[in-house]
Design a protein. Structure first.
Length: 264
């Protein structure tokens, strides 16, 4: 999962458009947790028939408006994340202590640069989506089906068995943890594509997933992280919070509070 498939020059041709034969299932790119990192988002090196976004378009990063506009134009399905909810309704995203101050300060910044239409778009995002493509069914949410916005769940198979039962679909796509994984339970598969805008896999590479013809593959790519860092240095937030967020971007490693898993 740590060594991504190489992306060569042929990918530049693919990005000009993808032709789908009649009756062929769509190629779906699934991504999550963009967090206002437009540089990472626009570097996505993949052509697709559908783009599914699992929430947290905004907060932490310097370009939330650009991210919203990209998603509005290109995404087929989008669900709400805890930070989208916090910005739209001016309420607590319920982060861990390690990220609480950073979330609060960047939420003020995010709210100041978004238009009312942007905030209305975030407010209108659903908590979950249930959809069918061909013979396959899908449940999309940000966190877990029993608590779509806030509950943190890593690779705990016992917990996911319960959540897959709630979803009741062939595939369950979730985000929130910023850590990419897939887990099969019987005939069901839960997939977390990781994070585009604030990866926490031990390196700064954005990660995503592809669904195609009943199979899921996990991917990642490089992007000019220094451009996002440069913009973050200009954000009107405290130096401690700024350093925290830049460190996470540059290293892909997040601090965690003692005796507490990091809710982001």
């Amino acid at each position: 999962m740590g060594n991504w498939p190489a992306k060569g020059n042929s990918n530049e041709v693919l990005l000009k458009g993808r032709r789908r034969r009649p009756g062929e299932p769509p190629k779906i790119v699934i991504l999550s947790d963009i967090h206002g990192n437009y540089e990472a988002l626009k570097a996505l090196p993949e052509a697709y028939d559908e783009l599914w976004v699992l929430g947290d378009l905004v907060n932490y990063g310097p370009q939330p408006a650009e991210v919203i506009e990209f998603v509005r134009k290109k995404a087929t399905l989008v669900v709400r994340g805890n930070h989208d909810d916090a910005v739209a309704f001016d309420r607590d995203p319920r982060c861990s202590p390690a990220f609480r101050r950073a979330a609060e300060e960047t939420r003020k910044y995010t709210a100041s640069v978004l238009t009312n239409k942007h905030k209305e778009y975030l407010a209108d995002l659903p908590h979950y989506r249930w959809v069918r493509r061909g013979r396959w069914t899908f449940y999309l949410c940000h966190a877990v089906p029993s608590d779509p916005l806030h509950t943190y769940c890593g690779g705990d198979a016992a917990r996911w068995r319960k959540e897959l039962a709630v979803a009741g679909t062939d595939f369950l796509f979730v985000g929130h943890t910023h850590v990419q994984f897939s887990l099969r339970e019987g005939e069901q598969l839960v997939v977390n594509p990781g994070s585009i805008g604030q990866p926490k896999m031990g390196k700064p590479d954005p990660t995503y997933a592809i669904w195609e013809n009943g199979s899921v593959t996990l991917h990642g790519y490089k992007y000019p992280v220094e451009r996002t860092v440069e913009r973050m240095r200009s954000m009107p937030i405290g130096t401690v919070e700024q350093k925290l967020l830049i460190d996470v971007l540059e290293t892909g490693i997040a601090p965690k509070s003692n005796k507490e898993r990091s809710h982001v």
